[in-house]
Design a protein around this ligand. Structure first.
Ligand SMILES: [Zn+2]
Length: 486
């Protein structure tokens, strides 16, 4: 197979998310991805030859049999997917226990215990027909011992007179899982990705779940880079004819088409006619797309789409970091998250956003089967990607100020500066009086008042050590914005 001269060009968002997801996986294997970007595209030779190696020759690096037989890609695919969905083993266990604890549906809880017990009982009957196993060439790893022990702990935790606190139960269960941690990760991730309602549910037969060989053989270099038998067929995703294409099977790829019948209200902005076939490489790329999605607290999953892979790589990385450090008090609006990611990009990345700011940077938001696209106005992206403006906004560090910029309310911004300055010059006694005069119950403030420059200034004043300095920074910000808008 020839993988020379493959170039990845940004395409529809799903393809882009697939590429970014793949890059996340490659990075997890230790591959340096940041050198791959060239003017927004990716010269794929390096990636493709690396992929051929890790899809076949290089092994997982896991010591336990039979996971040591897994090629590197296979292991990192399940491992990064597990982490993407569950976090760590500890996160996973604590989350399950907490959900059970808070479950108001007690019958469901009972059902759960019955289910674990059932798999426990099966062992004695017919060699545990339905219990979870991993097989590789007639050798079997089972989870019966772990499941039995977990069922016991579970029962003793969720009962009238619990013998375990939630923390104790978590610690015990984590200890149990640790004894077969990697097997557990493998099995959970495969189930999660390919079972009913999973991301890629019809791509994989549920009866294959425990069979390591099935998983290995479904993703081999020959299948990923399957040479085209005719050069006439062009892939709808990458517009290339290098690899074998197949008609898009709406059922098999139901993950692509939650609303296939309602095109064009579907996953990407192309229309149904043009998205008719997919090549072997794109099919492979797309099964990484979940790794690029960022989960928000409103249960939506977002991806920042842009006309450059480098921009997408960093914006999504920053968005993930910002989200991770956000206090729960601040429910991040999608536009704020996007804006803050652009600010991070402008201040941290040496190459500027430059030409890309002229193009569309959008948030793709997926919630249940709904896909929404959302972007900041061109002028706003222009402002935020200016390094001086971005770093000033960072220094000021006030969401309210950022929101005013996003609203393009520049006269309001100026007013906030003036109010803040005036408050700063007031004597301390006057400040106290001013605070007293204001109603303490902030909840009563209407949305309109929250946007009032005087109110904003006051809130900043109450929270900032040096309001005069903040006022100066706001004036400087206004001057830079003025200059930029000329
Ligand atoms: Zn393709």
């Amino acid at each position: 197979m020839s993988t020379t001269e493959i170039i990845f060009y940004p395409s529809n968002w799903l393809y882009n998310a697939g590429v970014i997801g793949l890059l996340r996986l490659l990075e997890a294997t230790g591959y340096s991805v940041t050198n791959l970007f060239q003017d927004g595209i990716i010269i794929g030779d390096g990636i493709c030859s690396y992929l051929e190696r890790i899809l076949l020759f290089e092994k997982s690096g896991v010591s336990e049999f039979p996971l040591d037989k897994l090629p590197k890609w296979h292991w990192y695919y399940v491992k990064t997917s597990f982490e993407w969905n569950y976090g760590s083993i500890a996160d996973f266990v604590v989350d399950k226990l907490r959900k059970a604890k808070h479950s108001t549906d007690k019958s469901k809880l009972k059902e759960q215990i019955q289910l674990i017990k059932k798999s426990k009982g099966k062992k004695n009957k017919s060699e545990g027909k339905k219990s979870v196993k991993l097989t590789y060439e007639n050798q079997t790893i089972d989870f019966d011992d772990i499941n039995n022990a977990i069922a016991d702990i579970w029962e003793k935790t969720f009962t009238q007179n619990p013998q375990y606190t939630l923390d104790e139960a978590a610690a015990e269960i984590i200890k149990l899982i640790r004894t077969k941690e990697n097997f557990y990760i493998y099995r959970k991730a495969i189930g999660y990705l390919f079972s009913q309602d999973g991301f890629y549910q019809n791509l994989y037969n549920p009866s294959w779940f425990g069979d390591l060989n099935k998983f290995i053989n479904l993703f081999t270099p020959d299948k990923v880079f399957s040479p085209a038998s005719s050069s006439a067929s062009i892939c709808s995703f990458c517009s290339d004819s290098r690899f074998e294409v197949e008609p898009i099977d709406a059922k098999q790829m139901s993950f692509l088409f939650p609303v296939f019948s309602q095109f064009p209200n579907a996953y990407w902005q192309n229309n149904k006619k043009t998205v008719a076939q997919i090549c072997s490489l794109c099919k492979f790329l797309i099964i990484h797309h979940h790794l690029a999605l960022i989960r928000l607290s409103d249960k939506s999953e977002i991806f920042i789409n842009a006309p450059s892979f480098q921009v997408m790589w960093y914006l999504n990385k920053f968005a993930r970091e910002i989200l991770g450090s956000a206090s729960s008090r601040e429910m991040r609006a999608k536009r704020t998250l996007l804006a803050m990611s652009v600010i991070e990009y402008a201040t941290k990345i040496q190459t500027t956003l430059g030409v890309w700011t002229g193009m569309n940077i959008e948030v793709v938001s997926k919630k249940d089967d709904q896909i929404e696209f959302f972007s900041l106005p061109y002028e706003v992206i222009q402002l935020l990607s200016d390094r001086r403006i971005a770093s000033l906004l960072n220094q000021i560090g006030e969401l309210e100020i950022l929101n005013q910029v996003l609203d393009q309310d520049f006269s309001g911004l100026m007013e906030v500066g003036y109010y803040l300055l005036r408050l700063g010059f007031n004597s301390s006694s006057k400040q106290t009086k001013l605070k007293k005069d204001k109603p303490a119950n902030q909840k009563l403030r209407s949305e309109k008042n929250r946007r009032n420059p005087a109110e904003i200034a006051e809130r900043i004043f109450e929270q900032h050590q040096n309001p005069t300095k903040t006022a100066e920074q706001i004036f400087k910000l206004c001057a830079l914005i003025e200059e930029k808008r000329k």
